[in-house]
Design a protein around this ligand. Structure first.
Ligand SMILES: [Zn+2]
Length: 300
């Protein structure tokens, strides 16, 4: 059976795993990302992790899921805001030179979408949209049985759909993006503004826990979060006609709590023809990114 190495390059953590053709994780390892040290230091970290997880396994290649924007076709990371000094980095070339293995690159959300489509919640479907809701909102779109890339691989930046005229600043430099309204960070911000207290940082998880425990303010905030998510989901249904929307990322843990309000919002805002499209939690959890990355080197 063929084996490939998946690398999930995050701003804080670098994960690696050896995966077989059935998406079984055979071995995995992780390191704190040397985010301040520049591209060459991170290529060294990647090489070390590849050595670590592949000893004795003879992998056919390496797939890397990286934050974008990036050009998957040329293997170049155009810009990675949370990694110091990353502008036009020929990552595929650098990793191939260092490891001697064929290497492939994809946007991290696209890689996770690929994993959920081939082995996760949307297995067997031809049309699906994957949405990751955590600090930000990202996505990957599979239509007609293939991943949508678009010009410079920029398709699927669904977090930056404008959903409100309200000028809430977004990390992208724009205003009123879905991410600025419905991400975990946005929920945390609204919770602080509403006077909700936490021992540590105010996160989406804290708000969800308070709501589950019956706190009225937290319940109101979660209902609001569900409506904001529902607005974006309704847009995605109209744009892509998926058979399923799959939701990953930290905030997806609260999906059962929000399901009713999300369904209500979608039923009001989406045309009746989309009414029966399921919105499901991701099936592969936090492993989706690294599994999807490895699948880049294991074409089905
Ligand atoms: Zn934005």
């Amino acid at each position: 059976m063929r084996i490939a190495i998946g690398i999930d390059l995050g701003g804080t953590e670098l994960r690696a795993a050896a995966i077989d053709e059935t998406a079984q994780v055979l071995r995995h390892a992780r390191l704190p990302t040397a985010a301040e040290a520049g591209p060459i230091a991170i290529v060294e970290q990647i090489a070390r992790l590849v050595d670590n997880v592949s000893s004795g396994l003879d992998p056919t290649g390496i797939g890397i899921g990286s934050p974008g924007p990036l050009d998957a076709a040329t293997g170049t990371v155009i810009h990675a805001p949370m990694l110091h000094g990353w502008r036009d980095v020929p990552l595929v070339q650098l990793v191939t030179d260092r490891t001697g293995l064929p290497t492939f690159l994809e946007n991290d959300a696209n890689a996770a979408a690929l994993a959920e489509w081939r082995f996760g919640a949307a297995q067997g479907l031809r049309h699906m949209v994957y949405v990751t809701v955590s600090t930000g909102i990202g996505g990957g779109i599979v239509i007609d049985g293939r991943l949508l890339h678009g010009h410079r691989s920029l398709a699927g930046e669904i977090g930056h759909m404008t959903v409100t005229e309200n000028p809430i600043p977004c990390a992208c430099g724009g205003f009123g993006c879905w991410e600025s309204l419905a991400s975990g960070s946005a929920l945390g911000r609204r919770a602080r503004e509403a006077g909700l207290q936490a021992d540590g940082p105010m996160t989406a998880r804290v708000v969800a826990e308070r709501a589950a425990a019956g706190d009225e303010t937290a319940r109101r905030l979660m209902a609001e979060e569900a409506r904001y998510l529902g607005i974006g989901f309704a847009n995605l249904l109209h744009l892509y006609a998926p058979e399923m929307i799959v939701v990953g990322g930290g905030v997806s843990a609260a999906l059962p709590q929000m399901a009713e309000e999300i369904a209500r919002t979608v039923s009001v805002r989406a045309m009746p023809a989309y009414a029966d499209v399921p919105i499901r939690a991701a099936g592969l959890g936090t492993q989706a990114g690294v599994i999807g990355a490895a699948l880049l080197a294991l074409p089905g």
